[in-house]
Each structure stands twice: as C-alpha cells, then as structure tokens.
Design a protein around this ligand. Structure first.
Ligand code: SF4
Length: 707
C-alpha cells in the first residue's frame, strides 16, 4: 500500500514582522510538520525557533470554541445568533443614545489585512467614528508618524536585500538577534561573507545582537535624538552631505541643522548626555560619514518612547543628508514588530488613518474613500489612540468596546487602569482564540475566532511584501473568521456594503480602492500606496498569489509588478532633543526597560503552549546591574518586588544581563494567569509620544526591593 505524499501548504509565520514563508504539512498522526518555505523571499527557507515550533502551538486545549454571553454575572454558552445580536443591538443602542463616538474597536497586528479592512470600513464609513485603534499603536506608530513627516506617506523605502548589499549596518533600539532572528541571521551571513562590513549596535543593554557588533554604543536610555542630531551636525561639519540630493529632493535642512547644532554640535556634549565613550562615538560618526552603503535599522527601542517620532526623524534626517534613501544597500529601515502591523496600516488600521494610506484629516481623502464605499457617512476627525481610548472608557465617554485578537490587560501600559476601564464599560466584546485570558475575564460577549493555520488572508511584512496566510486546518468548534464576524454584526446593524463571501473579495475591494479615482481626476490625492496590479484577482489567483512588494503596478500582459525600493525624497524634521516624561527620582531611582525574550511572543497565549519554547527562559525576571543589586539589597535568583508609581510585580532577580547601572529590564510576555501576577504592563508609565501616541515602554522610573 502506498501512502499518499502529504501536501505542503505555503503560508506565512504568525509572529514577527520579518514575515517568513512557512510550509505546513499535515502528518499522518494528526500533527503538523512546519519548515521554512525556500521560495519565500523574506527567509529563503530559514525559520527561527519560534517559527519552527508553530506546529506545537496548534492544539485545541484552552481554545474558545463557542460563543458565550454574560448572564446574571456569569458567562454561559450561546448560539452565534444570540451573541451577534447582543453585539449589534448593544452597539446600535449605545450609538442611538450617545452618538458614534461612544463605541470603539481595539484590534491587533495579528489580524489579517482583510479583517482589518472590514473593521475599518465598519467604524469609519458606517458607524461614523474613527474610534478604532490597534495594538500596533504600541509598537509601530512612531515609525508611521516619522515616515509621514519625512516622506509625506507611511513608506519604508528599502528592502531586505539592502542588508545583503550594505557596507555598514546600524541596529539601533533593536535586539534583532532575539526579535527578528531570521533577518539577524541574514546580517550574520553578510558579515561572514564580507567581514569588513561594519555592524554597529546602539542599545543601553548588551544584548545577543551585540555578538555581531564591531562597535556597541550603550547609550543612556532616551538619548537617541542627541546621538543622531550630533551625527547630522558632524556630517555637515565634515562636508559629508550629498548637496545635489539635498537641493533636488529634500526640504527643511536649515531648520533641522540649526536645531541639531544648538545642542549637539560638540561631540563631547553628546558624549556627556549619551554617556558613551568619546572614541566609540567618534568611530561611529566617522564610519557613517565615510561609508556610502549604510542601512540604519530601528525598532521598539526607538519607537516606544515619548520622543519616539523625533527619534525616527533624527535617524531619517541623517539618511536624507547623505542621499542614502531607497537606493541599493542603503536607507533607514523600520523593523516591524508584528506579522501584519504593516498590512493594518494599509487599510487605515489606526485611529488617525484612512484606508489605502489616505489621511483622515484631508477632506479630499475622506470624499474619495466615502465615494468608493458609497457609505452613509465618513468619520471626519481622528479617533482615540489606544491609551486615550482606555482612559475615555474609564471616564464613561466610551461605553462599548470590541477587543479583537489582543490582550490589553497585559500589554497596555498602566494595565491596572485598563482593568478599571473594562470593569466600568457597559459592553465589552472580545473576539479571541483562547477562552481564558486576562482580558476575556471582563467580556460580556465572547466570540470564538479562527487562529493561525485556520484562517485565510494576507499579511504585509517589514519590507512591504504582501504574502498569503493560508488555512490548512478545519475551523475548530464554532470558530469563525474575524472578517466574517465583523460583516455579520455590520449586517445586523442594518448596514449594506458587507456582503463579502470570501477573503479574496475583500482583498479585491482593498486593491481597487488603492487606485480608484473619484470622478475624472485624483481629486488632489497623491498616493504612494497602490495595488492596481492586484485589483480584480479571482479566487484562484488570490489562492496562488506569490509574495509581492507594494506598490504593485500592472506590467505588460497584465502581470502584477512589485517594487523593491521606493526612491523618495523627503523633508528634514527639526528634532529638538528631550528626555523621557518621567525621570528617575529618589523614590523610583531605576529606569525600567521592557522587551521580548527570544522564544516567546506577546502575552504567550500561543507560544506558552510549546514546552520547548519555555526552556530558553522559563519564568519572568528582572535584570539588574550587580552594583544596583548590592545597592538595593537583592540577590541573583531571589524574588524581588519591582514597583512604579502605577503598579508593582514580583520577578526573579537576574544579574549579568549586560544592563547599564541605573536601568532594569523586565520581559513583556508573562501574564496574570500565573501564580504571581507578572504583568509588567501594570508598572509601565502611561506617558505617550505627543505625535504618534506610542507609549513610553522603555523608560518608567521604578524601585526594586527584596520580596
Ligand atoms: Fe517567524 Fe519572525 Fe522567526 Fe521568521 S523571524 S520564523 S517571521 S518569528
């Protein structure tokens, strides 16, 4: 008897923004074999530990399999009809009484683009409020705001191939070795091939990424703008700027340079503020000035700050000054946190954006989108950003919230405030794959959603590459796709425009909108984001879609043609340096930095299922410098209480993690489902960047004491 050869399904990893292609193969014993897809350009067959353990996270234990509704204080199983009706009626009644701004959606970079598209269409075009924000606010919004200020649109100009072609790679605010491992391995291979390539790591911690560094600058947390303003000033002084590029393609240099020179013209002043060795600072500045092919990649260490947008622009300024944008082997490069933070941005996933990268605050953009949707209304002002949204819920201004695919009780800053908000909220709806999370405990309606391997759609990675996520498992229990649940609620609220039968129909509408003209001309709308080469895809073409980078145009014979790099000019932004909102004090003398560990993802609802992933770091910890441990009377291996003005938690003390004096590090993953509540979010300051609304996850004053 010959066994049939199992068929591999090509899909995309569910975790980080590298967006690796995965081949998933159902095995005879019911398990799923997972390996890298050699044909996917993001990873060429490679996977990191998290990606290769995807098959171990697919079991149904703990899954939410049926709708539930709250009755007399307790949750009980309900039919889909009852649950959907409760959501639709609840939202409609609250809107009728208090207006559209009294309801909100809080969604996730784990959603597929099609889910995100429908959620935004419902809120902005039909309910008529922009109160839809996403957990991407917590990781990428400073990059989005920085891109918009510099390029006029949310554009990542470069691509992964630039990392192969560079002569110098600067990684700033990024522990890529743990957080974007497959891209980091790509840089490691570059270094192996061409050892003369210089790798610079700028990070207050000596992380695993530093193993590849020729130069590590352990800057004082929060001082990045001083560092890059100093570099801009140095480039001007040394005659290392690209004058023809600046004259022809940019604006605003004089203002940006004046601001940079005001505080950072003297490298010794930068040394004093950033607390780095003078020789190291000058080595970095000189190498940057002398090397044409430089990629500066940055991530949450830059974004998650009350000055995150300025940090992003201070980096982009140095690339504009040297004309190193959108050309092979050079450019600023934002490393996206989540698998689809970029796709969400394409459909207006945030409270201040519209679909197809259009702007909510531009009337001509609103007209165009409303005209295309033929919708009864369009939100005419930005909605509440994540942190403000939960404050508005606590204040009673927002009375119904629908949380989709995210766990704000663990992941938002000042997480105890989130609890107060959810306790007060009249109607809390949660679409989830897991039955019991810190957030589902507060739900009045629980809607079972499809997870990775069960759902179908597209995601977009850090280099603008759109890839398919494909289903290879049946829907468990009564779980449904997020886009379908949203459409069913929209229809029950009496809205047309949500008659989608399959994800390819939603993707087609999204692609057509990206190049739609409102009447004869563009109506004054200039667009960087275009998918016209993908408009009109039928079910088969969508199913077999190969990864492609936007903008996607139509080539000869109608073929879709992607774009590796975007050669955009840009605007210099004057970035006056400023420190974190809350400085360390006598009561809270240490600066808390938060981040990921290598083998866990977000709040561990999925990676927590794979025992081998727990082997790397089995429990939460607080990492201190040995001198600080002595000073505050805690010892390695013991439990310590870490407290801030907002909350406290208990974690095991770890020394020797390469952290500078005056700082501590706690991972973000552990949640309140464990014996001791290890939600670091409860400690984190709710201060946000005034432009992007991104919280300051990298700098909260704390105290560490013996527990
Ligand atoms: Fe998945 Fe990121 Fe690892 Fe690639 S690098 S396998 S996308 S977690």
């Amino acid at each position: 008897k010959i066994s049939p050869i199992p068929l591999a399904v090509r899909t995309t990893c569910a975790y980080c923004g590298v967006g690796c292609g995965v081949q998933a193969t159902p095995q005879a014993d019911g398990s799923i074999g997972v390996k890298g897809d050699p044909a996917h350009p993001a990873n060429n067959g490679k996977l990191c530990v998290k990606g290769s353990a995807l098959g171990e996270t697919l079991g149904l234990e703990g899954r939410l399999l049926h709708p539930q509704v709250r009755e007399d204080g307790a949750m009980r199983r309900a039919s889909w009809d009852e649950a959907l009706e409760r959501v639709a009626r609840g939202f409609s009644d609250i809107i009728a009484e208090h207006g559209p701004g009294s309801v909100a959606l809080y969604v996730s970079g784990q959603l597929l683009t099609e889910d995100y598209y429908v959620a935004n269409k419902l809120m902005k075009g039909y309910i008529g409020t922009a109160n839809i924000d996403t957990n991407s606010r917590l990781c990428m919004s400073s990059s989005v705001a920085g891109h918009k200020r510099a390029f006029g649109a949310d554009i990542v100009p470069g691509c992964y191939e630039d990392f192969d072609l560079a002569d110098m790679v600067v990684l700033t605010g990024s522990n890529a070795a743990w957080c974007h491992p497959v891209l980091f391995q790509r840089i490691a291979r570059l270094k192996e091939r061409r050892p003369e390539v210089m790798v610079v790591v700028i990070d207050p911690r000596r992380t695993a990424t530093c193993e590849l560094a020729d130069l590590h600058l352990p800057v004082k947390p929060g001082t990045d703008v001083w560092l890059f303003n100093g570099l801009l000033s140095f480039l001007a002084r040394e005659g290392a700027m690209d004058a023809p590029y600046i004259d022809g393609r940019t604006t605003g240099l004089a203002e940006a340079l004046a601001v940079a020179n005001a505080d950072c013209a003297d490298p010794m002043e930068v040394v004093r503020i950033c607390r780095v060795e003078p020789a190291k600072l000058l080595a970095f500045y000189r190498a940057f000035a002398a090397t044409a092919k430089v990629v500066t990649a940055y991530s949450q260490g830059v974004n998650q700050s009350s000055a995150g947008t300025d940090k992003v622009n201070s980096i982009i300024n140095c690339h504009l000054a040297t004309g190193r944008i959108g050309r092979p082997g050079m450019g600023p490069f934002s490393l996206t946190g989540q698998p689809n933070a970029m796709g969400g941005r394409e459909v207006g996933g945030m409270a201040n954006m519209l679909a197809a990268h259009m702007d909510l605050d531009k009337p001509e953009h609103r007209d165009l989108v409303q005209g295309f949707w033929n919708s009864p209304r369009i939100a005419d002002k930005p909605g509440l950003k994540a942190v403000d949204l939960f404050h508005a819920i606590e204040a009673g201004k927002v009375k119904a919230v629908w949380i989709i695919g995210t766990n704000p009780m663990v992941s938002l800053p000042d997480a105890n405030q989130v609890q107060r908000a959810l306790e007060k909220c009249e109607l809390v709806v949660a679409s989830e794959i897991m039955a019991s999370t810190d957030t589902t405990a507060f739900a009045d309606v629980l809607l079972p959603a499809l997870g990775w391997g069960e759902k179908d759609g597209t995601v977009t990675n850090s280099e603008r590459c759109i890839s398919r996520q494909r289903a290879f498992l049946p829907a468990p229990g009564e779980a449904r796709a997020d886009w379908k649940i949203l459409c069913q609620v929209a229809q029950r609220m009496g809205f047309d425009g949500f008659e989608f039968g399959a994800p390819h129909e939603i993707f087609d509408e999204h692609a057509r909108l990206s190049s739609w003209r409102n009447g004869a001309d563009e109506g004054g709308v200039k667009r960087a984001f275009k998918l016209e080469g993908l408009a009109g895809l039928g079910a088969h073409d969508y199913d077999t879609l190969d990864p492609v980078q936007w903008p996607v145009l139509r080539g000869p014979g109608g073929a879709a043609v992607g774009t590796a790099r975007i050669d955009c000019g840009g605007k210099f932004v004057a970035t006056a340096p400023r420190g974190p909102v809350h400085a360390a004090s006598a009561e809270y003398p240490l600066a808390l930095n938060t981040g990921r560990v290598r083998d866990q993802w977000h709040t561990m609802t999925r990676t927590g299922k794979a025992p081998r992933l727990a082997g790397h770091v089995p429990e939460s910890f607080v990492d201190l410098h040995p001198h600080d441990a002595l000073l505050y009377g805690v010892r390695e291996g013991e439990l310590a209480r870490v407290s801030s003005a907002w909350g406290s938690m208990v974690a095991r003390v770890q020394l020797g993690g390469g952290i500078t004096r005056g700082s501590v590090f706690v991972p973000i993953h552990w949640n309140g489902q464990t014996a001791s509540d290890a939600r670091v979010g409860a400690l984190v300051s709710p201060a946000v960047d005034p432009v992007s609304g991104e919280p300051e996850f990298k700098h909260t004053p704390v105290m560490v004491e013996h527990f």
